[in-house]
Design a protein around this ligand. Structure first.
Ligand SMILES: [Fe+2]
Ligand SMILES: [Fe+2]
Length: 204
């Protein structure tokens, strides 16, 4: 496929996810995109990149684990620039977390091989959206935040105010703290790598 522009790719993906994802996940994807665009405007990042990354971050959730896994194995070169990142290694090295989080790297590979998206900040934002990483680019932080704090999520009453007032790093730390709290309240296991970042952040 020839290179096509980001708004056009986003429009194709929006139609695809309307069919391939559950109505709830489709609504979440749109809401993540809208929230990411608002944050991108606030923090001076590219709004179209935020739109595309927000819309596509869960695009592979309709595939089976095997399909997601095969996609990443076949197109690993698309995310080779992330190979030194411990967050990606954490997703890929543990079977339990790989099953939960491989949809991010799979979506990044899909954007790259199907649509020739080569912008590393977009691929990074999509690949790492479920784990967090303290070396994330501003766009990747924005998409991580939008995924967790978009209005359809069960979030804290002060989430909107925080999104409008905190600087990006403080908002990222607030989001991470919210994630740690949700996992602790639900009794579900938090990915050890995410727990490690949170603990590093609270010490610094
Ligand atoms: Fe996700
Ligand atoms: Fe999501």
């Amino acid at each position: 496929m020839d290179y096509i522009e980001i708004p056009e790719i986003a429009s194709i993906i929006e139609k695809e996810i309307a069919c391939n994802l559950s109505p709830k996940r489709y609504a979440h994807s749109r809401s993540t995109s809208e929230t990411a665009v608002k944050l991108a405007e606030r923090f001076g990042e590219d709004r179209w990149a935020a739109h595309l990354a927000g819309l596509s971050h869960d695009m592979c959730r309709g595939l089976s684990f095997e399909e997601q896994n095969n996609l990443v194995n076949k197109h690993r070169a698309c995310i080779a620039f992330l190979s030194e990142r411990p967050s990606l290694a954490a997703i890929l090295s543990d079977r339990e977390y790989r099953e939960k989080m491989i949809h991010g790297p799979a979506a990044a590979c899909s954007l790259c091989y199907r649509f020739q998206v080569r912008e590393e900040s977009i691929l990074e934002a999509v690949a790492l959206h479920s784990i967090a990483d303290d070396a994330m680019s501003p766009l990747a932080k924005i998409v991580y935040i939008a995924d967790k704090l978009e209005p359809l999520r069960n979030r804290s009453a002060d989430a909107d105010e925080k999104m409008q007032t905190l600087d990006l790093d403080s908002l990222f730390a607030y989001t991470l703290a919210s994630v740690v709290r949700w996992f602790s309240e639900s009794g579900k296991p938090l990915c050890p790598y995410t727990a490690e970042i949170y603990s590093r952040m609270t010490k610094s």
